[in-house]
Design a protein around this ligand. Sequence first.
Ligand SMILES: *Cc1c(COP(=O)(O)O)cnc(C)c1O
Length: 386
Amino acid sequence: MKGTFPIDKFRELRTPFYYYDTKVLRETLSCVRTEAAKYGNFDVHYAVKANANPKVLSIIRENGLGADCVSGGEVRAAIKAGFPTNKIVFAGVGKADWEINLGLDYNIFCFNVESIPELEIINELAAAKGKVANVAFRINPNVGAHTHANITTGLAENKFGISMQDMDNVIDVALEMKNVKFIGLHFHIGSQILDMSDFVALCNRVNELQDKLESHRIRIEHVNVGGGLGIDYKHPNRQAIPDFKDYFETYAEHLKLRSYQTLHFELGRAITGQCGSLISRVLYVKQGANKKFAILDAGMTDLIRPALYQAYHKIENITSEEVVEAYDVVGPICESSDVFGKAIDLNKVKRGDLIALRSAGAYGEIMASSYNCRELPKGYTSDELV
Ligand SMILES: *Cc1c(COP(=O)(O)O)cnc(C)c1O
């Protein structure tokens, strides 16, 4: 089954471009809200790095989510899209002084801190402004995730977070400081996780750390378990909305949240992934020595995930119903890794056909580059094209 698209409108537009189906996005957001609201003390933030298209951001903001940012630029984008500053959290292993100052000036909800040197700088910059910054520590829980090696973040070998052995010391240091207030713990073990047992492993680790904190009489009000819920790249239509029910239930069942605590989530891919497609035109069909190439006007500069993570995106010829043939679907960039898929079954392709690369709403448009002096792809929502 293919996706449904306003093909006549598409024909008028310059390709390649991103297309966001706002019905899918709104239904996804409504499902997140409904499922999280069942628990009363669950607070969902959107990880802006997945997609910061202003129209997409504003729909997410309208649905009441907070924003999880990993750079000063993202903090600005979130504020511009109207996210309340007291619902913005700021993570990242290397925050520059101007980025910390920006967060301080806007009184964001919390800095997720990843080292003592960073904590010292936040304390110093907050002191200079006569402020007290809320901080949470990102703990590296040494929990693996069954996902691609480049998108696992919670192993001891990864650069992210503070090791569990150092946690007590860092908290002691923070409690001595006058211009930071220690409010909680933060975790994020990776991305595109579909096996709930990975999240169960995280819950078990959080429970151990919570018991340890309590034995030291340290009380925290916030636990943030990051994001990472995956999507079904193989079947974007059959499962357009991720199983948020199962996801939140897993945490409700396994994480021993204290009655006074709020559990925060930072979902990126699961929120925007399925609503987006990269739409491209076929430039040429080339007969190679032993296969056919469909050469698109979109390349790895528009959607880098296949080249970067060997990621799969479902590819559809949305303007042909002719008999299916196998093609290597490639872009025009001067790199051998500029391949979207090999031996892909597509309805017979001819020059000018429109090709959709599905499930490209997360880590798509935002990761585009101008390598080869190419123009960045535009993003359109279905609201604009009716
Ligand atoms: C990337 C990131 C997220 C979102 O990850 P998804 O897999 O897109 O849900 C959440 N929190 C932090 C700290 C991140 O770096």
